[in-house]
Design a protein around this ligand. Sequence first.
Ligand code: SF4
Length: 291
Amino acid sequence: MTSGQVAVSRAQLAWLTELGIDRKLLASIADTTSLFTVPPAPAIAPAARAGLKPGAALAPTRGSAPASDQAAAPARVSPTSRPIPPDAQPAQVIPVVRQPLPDNLTALAESVAQCQACGLHAVRHQTVFGDGVAQAPDWMVIGEVPGDHDDHLGLPFQGKAGELLNHMLVAAGILPSATLFYTNLLKCRPKGARAPKPEEIEACLPFLRQQIALVRPAGLLVLGWQAAQALLGQRASLDRLRGQVHRYHDAGLDIPLVVTHHPASLMLRGHFKAAAWQDLHLARQALLSLP
Ligand code: SF4
């Protein structure tokens, strides 16, 4: 590869082409060349996956489509029944409710599985605790509520939204090298694909905070305005929360936090994809700048 040339994988190229970003533009962006020097990768799977017990596999590899299909996925994604949060909708500031929660992930997952703290326990097929590298991953990726596939499989980010998320992470140069743990703000799926209610968020937020404290990721990538508002305690629209590096402070932790659009939202609002790419680029830079 000569100077000025940019190497991209098929997955990256599909995503970037959809954004209207061509190779000439890539080469003109400072520091972007280094983003795209990863070899063409078998796309999606995180480099390593661990279970609740260190080193143990939690679950099957994210996304059911083979790598060849994933490379073309941005062109074939379609709307799902996943709830789409209105980005600019004003939201209630959620107080943090402290509970005596387990101090290890296995016990915490069991607490979640038994939880009846809000009405969603009555409509879930199973709880969706989390999936991925559970010990100090590079990123904890936090969505809002489990999707329909997630609810049946007990795993986060399954289905088309999960596939799109993986394309985004690959295109931004975060995957395949980074280690990730995936979870959601709520551990049970609301019936009818509706957005979570404030009281449901309040009931479930302590589980997420305890997950963060136990997993201890280097960075938090938050997808969607409700999860972002809950974790940051800020009453602001997604437009105001994204595009910057926040700090998450809790349990003695100080973790960079980047907010962007949820992939399910992007499936319906394609014009936000360029902004999402910028956010992921920002997230990658934030982690690279850590000492
Ligand atoms: Fe419990 Fe959270 Fe499920 Fe509500 S959504 S029942 S608080 S685990």
